[in-house]
Write a protein that binds this ligand. Structure first.
Ligand code: DPM
Length: 359
């Protein structure tokens, strides 16, 4: 059994080890070998492309290794996996979600403070349009500046420069990296709703690879999968991708699912937020159903009752359709156009710089 992983992105290796440790615990007779590789996404972390095309750039080369049979599965952050993946690949399991919330890391000079304690004109580092848009709305005097690179690089940029007063990252990633002591504040969804599938790890494998799928089903977490199916269906129906400020907040009880979703303009001045609550189908049949190729935004249902997955998916689609019937459709369209324009401009600037250097 082989697994492949980014060599550059330390977080990815930590995540892979978490999954392997759990699988080894449950299936002690299995052997695993981890193969690491740097992807184009890792190599060009500093480019604007990491904003718009990140999802594909980070995952495509790993998927090629899967398709060629060089590895049997790949561990990802589910939020980095596009809502549409190649047909010959599936998300074989979604692992129990860690914190889905965003967290603030302060410059050492602001130790002990929260965002609300920072002075006007404070500079907040984030390359997430979603975080910038929502927080700009809450804190209109702050400036939001992009900060790139992997998590280590961002910490260095925060601590060694005076440019940023704080940065915002996923709490899950921070804690996995062991930076618990730097979490200054965890943002409540009333302040900043999270990204689709944030905090959940997922394992991708080949469609129909029953041996791997059966292994992965042991760590497929029902509540996480159901929430993420609703969230991903929402994003897929919106055709959101990672280039627009789309955010969610989902809650699951024994009998109901609630999905709240929002679409923001890039500058945060416009937003539409709505939510849907639906009853979950009662007393799910525990027996395993035939897989016969059904997936939910590429997530297999595995041992999870099919009707639960279907309900979650419909919630996501219905919420998206409801938003698309409002001003959200225009906000989304404008946000996509603005991001595309920004990427083209940055590429042109880079080309000009490269040409200057050659002279
Ligand atoms: C996606 C976004 C970011 C990552 C966009 C967003 C953050 C980009 C940035 C889709 N993927 O959240 O609005 O700040 O420049 C990423 C992180 C994790 C997975 C790091 C982070 C760790 C948490 C997890 C990058 N992907 O969000 O701080 O496993 O969910």
């Amino acid at each position: 059994m082989f697994i492949v992983q980014f060599v550059y992105f330390q977080l990815a290796l930590i995540q892979t080890n978490t999954i392997i440790d759990k699988l080894k615990e449950l299936k002690p007779d299995h052997d695993f070998e981890i193969i690491t590789m740097a992807t184009t996404g890792d190599k060009i972390l500093d480019s604007a492309l990491s904003k718009i095309g990140a999802k594909d750039l980070f995952t495509r080369e790993l998927e090629l290794a899967l398709e060629k049979g060089e590895v049997d599965f790949v561990v990802h952050s589910l939020k980095d996996l596009p809502t549409r993946i190649a047909e010959n690949l599936v998300i074989g399991c979604v692992y129990k979600r860690d914190s889905e919330f965003d967290a603030v890391v302060m410059h050492p000079k602001h130790k002990g403070k929260k965002l609300a304690d920072l002075p006007d004109s404070s500079v907040i580092g984030t390359s997430s349009l979603r975080r910038a848009a929502q927080l700009q709305r809450k804190f209109p005097t702050f400036k939001f500046e992009s900060i790139r690179g992997n998590l280590n690089t961002r910490f260095k940029k925060l601590d060694d420069d005076t440019k940023y007063d704080a940065i915002v990252l996923a709490e899950a990633g921070l804690r996995r990296m062991g930076w618990d002591d730097r979490v200054a504040q965890v943002l409540d969804p009333s302040e900043c709703m999270y990204a689709v599938s944030q905090g959940a790890m997922a394992v991708e494998c080949r469609t129909g690879d029953e041996k791997t799928l059966s292994l992965l089903s042991a760590i497929h977490d029902q509540d996480t999968a159901v929430s993420c199916i609703a969230e991903r269906a929402f994003l897929k129906q919106l055709e959101g991708g990672c280039s627009v400020p789309v955010c969610v907040h989902s809650t699951l009880t024994d009998s109901q699912i609630t999905l709240k979703g929002g679409v923001f303009s890039i500058d945060g001045t416009k937003c539409v937020i709505d939510s849907i609550t639906r009853d979950l189908p009662g007393e799910p049949a525990k027996k395993k159903q035939a897989t016969n190729g059904i997936t939910f935004s590429s997530i297999v249902h595995g041992d999870i009752d099919l009707s639960l997955c279907e309900t979650a998916e419909v919630v996501g689609i219905d919420l998206a359709n409801r938003l698309l019937a409002t001003e959200a459709a225009t906000i989304l369209k404008e946000a996509k156009e603005q991001t595309a324009k920004a990427v083209i401009e940055e590429q042109a600037r880079k080309e000009r710089e490269a040409a200057q250097k050659q002279k």
